[in-house]
Design a protein around this ligand. Structure first.
Ligand code: NAD
Length: 672
């Protein structure tokens, strides 16, 4: 189906149709106790109570509230309303000569009540205990011989819905999240439905905002106003109201791709209802985003995020909801068939449905990938007047080409890389000349690399990428010494050296006495730890940069003593420029940046049972501490290299001033 019909989704929908379904609603805390009055109001005298075991305390309470009005009870409701179950319940209903239905439970119990009402025309009172929203829709999905058939009829609408917040207060977190996202899906798809109208829009946006507000609170252990954590509102009441409003959206506007996907995955592949909604919704939204820009912007606002699909994915993941179809038990080999079933019939959806597009969507959902933010997919909310060509389908084509990568991590990384590269090109309207310049730059960067020169690492360092990766990998254990980048001058296998030695090889400079300790978990001294050190000379050069030097010099491998201690002599390190005669230097010059590193001493420390620590100690008061060209300086690594005169710790004769540095390294235990 073409996009145009739906792009008229202006904020003020100028003319519209709205059909309200009749329903009497009692909302609040403790409203279940009014069920007897409602039965009598409807002229009922003999109630068939439909209720399951999962809410047994509420069932007991309801039975005693109903008293002599209760004629019979049936507790066999099942997901997707199997016709055999309905027949069985019908037998109980007839035998009890029931004249009123009361249903207490989730969408399955509601479904059974609706199925019975369709066959008997009895009045219904429904008390929902989940957030499925079925109680306010004229829709009934029944399964017979493994096929799910959906009917829409006013005859299945209940006369009264009693929303009692207390009934869902004990709903476990997992069910709460999936059920709430099931409701959210109704609200989301209503906003880009062909039947969308301002009334439905308001209900949908309210439902989305309440859900986004409530879920994190409930996941954080907020049990309601009494727990005092929610600033005076009750997150359970929020979710129940959202369920009512979202159900009203479902009853008042046609749904699109998302509901179709869930219908197929539930009906043909047996996946669980609410969990499937939870996994699919962010991906269905990402698929539809290019053709429903305004709806997505409004959803993002209601969720309180920048981008609706990825923001919803983050919300679900943060509250522990399911994010992958694989975890729900779907076989990867089923994806192409599922995509074909979904695309087989045409039905209203803002964006055209293609088998490959749907398969790609399903594959992302199967792997549990976070949808790329719309800006990265080339989906720009710039309105129809924009002259910018739309590259989103090209990006998707490239991304789809990775669908069969056997390693999911490889697939995730290359997919994300392509999204970011395409978005970079689009956002900056990259010219062909600029593209060519970048290719030349990267070519020269590679060509200048040799055994002793690593321009690509230098590029990564000067763009801060090395420090970001370092941070991600090494800064997760509080109390451990911060790491710093390896840098381009580490050489494998430095010479084994005795403690107390001087590693300066007689090079000129201010003598430096280093006295450090290496501790592990619970501050236990790590004896026998291997400590590699390397540093620049007083002119700022490493031995590998000085071909005339008879090295290795100013680099060594030590072992700590039983107390985890290491002492040695070298010289005070100096600030130095990174090699700036190549493409990286040209890049720094082009942006007006200096090439200098703050003076520092490198350490690489390894000990069994601990994570290897690669770090640097920076000379307090040294130059460039606040503008280190590789962004390696961390506050905790700036250390006093104190000036000393007179006798030295090991009795070595030093003429004039010398320096000393003391430090304690704390290694993180190796969790793996
Ligand atoms: P459900 O009714 O099957 O309940 C899920 C599970 O939660 C069950 O094990 C149930 O016993 C348990 N449960 C329910 N309330 C509980 C509570 N308060 N505390 C602890 N456990 C509780 O599932 P659902 O997600 O509520 O509904 C799904 C069904 O509803 C599906 O069949 C779906 O097709 C249908 N549905 C229909 C419509 C419609 O408009 N026709 C809309 C949404 C859902």
């Amino acid at each position: 189906m073409a996009t145009e019909g739906f792009e008229a989704e202006s904020l003020e929908r100028a003319s519209f149709e709205y059909a309200a379904h009749p329903a009497r609603v009692l909302f609040g805390s403790g409203t279940a106790s009014r069920v007897g009055d409602e039965v009598r109001r409807l002229g009922g005298t003999r109630v068939l109570l439909l209720a399951g075991h999962s809410v047994s305390a509420a069932v007991e309470h309801l039975c005693s509230t109903l008293g002599p009005l209760l004629a019979a009870r049936f507790d066999g409701a099942a997901m997707h309303t199997p016709v055999e179950v309905t027949e069985k319940a019908l037998g109980v209903l007839r035998e009890a000569q029931a004249d009123c239905l009361v249903a207490l439970g989730g969408g399955s119990t509601t479904g059974l009540s609706k199925a019975l009402a369709l066959r008997t025309d009895l009045p219904q009172i429904i008390l929902p205990t989940t957030y499925a929203g079925s109680e306010v829709t004229p829709v009934l999905g029944e399964t017979s011989d493994g096929r799910k058939v959906t009917t829409s009829s006013a005859a299945v609408l209940p006369e009264t819905v009693i929303y009692d917040v207390e009934l869902s207060r004990g709903l476990p977190l997992g069910l709460t999240v999936t059920s709430a996202v099931n409701a959210l899906a109704h609200a989301v798809e209503a906003l880009y439905s062909p039947q969308a109208n301002p009334i439905i829009d308001s209900l949908a946006l309210d439902a989305i905002a309440r859900t986004a507000r409530a879920l994190p609170l409930i996941a954080g252990g907020d049990t309601g106003p009494a727990s005092g954590g929610s600033g005076g509102f009750d997150p359970r009441a929020d979710l129940l109201r959202a369920a009512w409003f979202a159900g009203t959206c479902l009853g008042g506007a046609g749904m699109g791709l998302h509901h179709k996907l869930c219908h197929v995955l539930g009906g043909s592949f047996g996946l669980p209802h609410a969990e499937t909604h939870t996994v699919i919704l962010p991906h269905a939204m990402a698929y539809n985003a290019p053709a429903a820009l305004q709806a997505m912007r409004r959803i993002a606002e209601a969720l309180g995020v920048e981008d609706a699909p990825s923001g919803l994915f983050d919300l679900i993941a943060s509250v522990g909801g399911p994010t992958s179809l694989q975890a729900l038990g779907l076989a990867e080999t089923d994806l192409p068939h599922a995509a074909q079933l979904v695309a087989a019939q045409s039905y209203p959806n803002p964006r055209e449905l293609t088998v490959s597009g749907i398969e790609s969507l399903l594959r992302d959902a199967w792997h549990g990938l976070r949808p790329a933010p719309s800006s990265l997919r080339g989906v720009a909310d710039s309105g129809p007047a924009s002259a910018m060509p739309d590259s989103s389908s090209l990006t998707e084509q490239v991304v789809a080409s990775f669908d069969h990568a056997p390693d999911p991590r490889v697939r995730q990384l290359i997919t994300s890389l392509v999204w970011h590269l395409h978005a970079f090109a689009v956002e900056n309207e990259l010219t062909q000349g600029e593209w060519q310049h970048a290719i030349d730059f990267l070519t020269r960067t590679g060509q200048i690399c040799s055994d002793t020169r690593q321009e690509l690492v230098l590029l990564s360092d000067t763009l801060g990428v090395s420090s970001v990766v370092d941070l991600l990998a090494n800064s997760r254990t509080p109390g451990a010494t911060p790491s710093a980048v390896l840098g381009p001058f580490y050489v494998e296998g430095p010479p084994e050296t005795q403690q107390g030695a001087d590693i300066s090889g007689g090079l000129p400079g201010i003598p430096l006495w280093t006295d450090v300790r290496v501790l592990g978990a619970q501050d236990r001294p790590l004896g026998g730890a291997i400590v590699d050190v390397w540093q620049s000379n007083q002119d700022g050069f490493y031995d590998v940069q000085l071909p005339d030097l008879d090295g290795p010099v100013l680099r060594a491998r030590f072992r700590t003593d039983e107390e985890g201690r290491l002492r040695f002599w070298s010289i005070l390190p100096s600030p130095y420029p990174i090699p700036d005669d190549g493409p990286v230097g040209a890049m720094l010059a082009a942006v007006g940046r200096h090439p200098y590193r703050a003076p520092h001493l490198h350490f690489m420390i390894s000990a069994p049972g601990h994570r290897r620590l690669v770090t640097q100690l920076f000379v307090a008061g040294g130059e460039y501490l606040d503008s280190d060209t590789v962004f390696g300086v961390k506050e905790a690594l700036i250390v006093d290299f104190a000036e000393r005169h007179g006798p030295t710790p090991d009795g070595r004769e030093v003429a004039g001033a010398w320096r000393s540095v003391e430090f304690t390294f704390r290694l993180a235990p190796d969790a793996s």
